[in-house]
Design a protein. Sequence first.
Length: 519
Amino acid sequence: MGGTHGSTAKAAGSALCLLSLAGCAVGPDFEAVQAPTGAGYSPRPILETVSASSPGGAPQRLRNGAGVPGGWWTWFRSRQIDAFVSESLRNHPDLAAAQAALRQAREAVAADTAGFFPSASGDGSLTREQASAASTGINAPASLYTLYNVSAPVSFTPDIFGGRARAVEADAANAEYERYELEATYLSLTANVVTAAINDASLAAQIQVTQDLIGSQREQVRLLENRFALGAVSEADVLSQKAQLATTLATLPPLEKSRAIGRDELLAYLGRFPNQDRGEAVALDSLTLPRSLPVSLPSALVRQRPDIGAAESQWRQANANVGVATANMLPQLTLSASYGSAALSASTLFNAQTTAWSMASSLTTPIFDAGALFHTKEERVAALDQARARYQSTVLSAFQNVADSLQSLKADAALLNAEGYAEKVSAQSLTITQSQFNAGASNTLNVLNAEQTLLNARIGRVKAQAARLADTVALFQSLGGGWWNRSDESPQSRPAPMTPEALFPPLAALSQSQAHPNR
């Protein structure tokens, strides 16, 4: 599996090294999650779908254990879809937000890891004061003097029981959660873009089918009106055909409305406003249906799905939080030292007579808190149980998603085969019925029924053709989208590098003032 942990892994590694020197971490150790045994996608393997003679009716072969490509959308062989995906990845703010969230989590790891090291600060003061000798019982004039005081206190709290190590472990788990959330955002965005483009192509094809039939029905009205003028048909026949035309016309606005709403959705995925539609579209018949599809092994699915990875990270974080709460119930040792000088003149600072230093240690332990720390730990234990159950639920849902996608591929292939045959037969039936009507061997009602049947069959075939493409997208998405075969992280997701300014805050403040002299 790919995906770089970057500074998160380094920080966590440093924390664990320091922990091994300081002592043992209290609380439960997280055990790596094993793949579920005996899990599968269907009672019987689905190896291949049926074929159909209509467009998009090629059979699809399912290859168990094959790898999922990182750029799975290129398998549709559409430059326009590739362009849509590239534009959405550049512009959509959800992706930028996920990158920033990952960086935030990694910075939190780095910040908390600093707690394993001593902290030092610098104190300096210049005091001009007058002291009365009366307070010492001496009758003498008050003394006026200037006191120079410089010191550098240092403090360190050893992580004896591993509470800080557990806190860093929880931070690292949260960073992993945000990394999986980034992958999920990337996967969801690309799948939504491709699905929206396919839906737009489907609605465009349905509109075209309807418009073609409207043109045919208008021609039929014209012919009937001519025949009515010659007395060959009744006015009822003409009105029936006009009513059929009106019915077909009424189906057009809902299709146009659905397409307009779908295009607004597609534009939003691309990071555009609704008025920025440039008319780019994908033709349904131009899309290539992938003939060979990968199906990950059940044992690999739990490592490929971003939502499962995110759930496991939350489980790991909850596990570490139990250790933090346990450590808070135990004594805390703090070591401190200070070195400095207090003098009556700057020139005598740090002389032997003016040097001052101290070393101290303190031990703090809870004695009575009315059960607050205990119940806080039990709250974390309950949260751990919840995270474990949510992980198991996520795994079940993941297997269900893959199973649903496979069944949909199988069923929609059979549906396209049936719809394609229905369209072919309906077209033949309409041709024969119109010939019989023109010859006076059939009535208008038969023609109207044949026209409506053909319209329904063509619309059904278009929908089934688009459904096969959308189901293919759903399969790639349910298998994790191949994120481990590409790099989805940008520089915006990485923490700031460790520099002298990062180690010593005064240097950072100085560099900021030099960069912004007017502040």
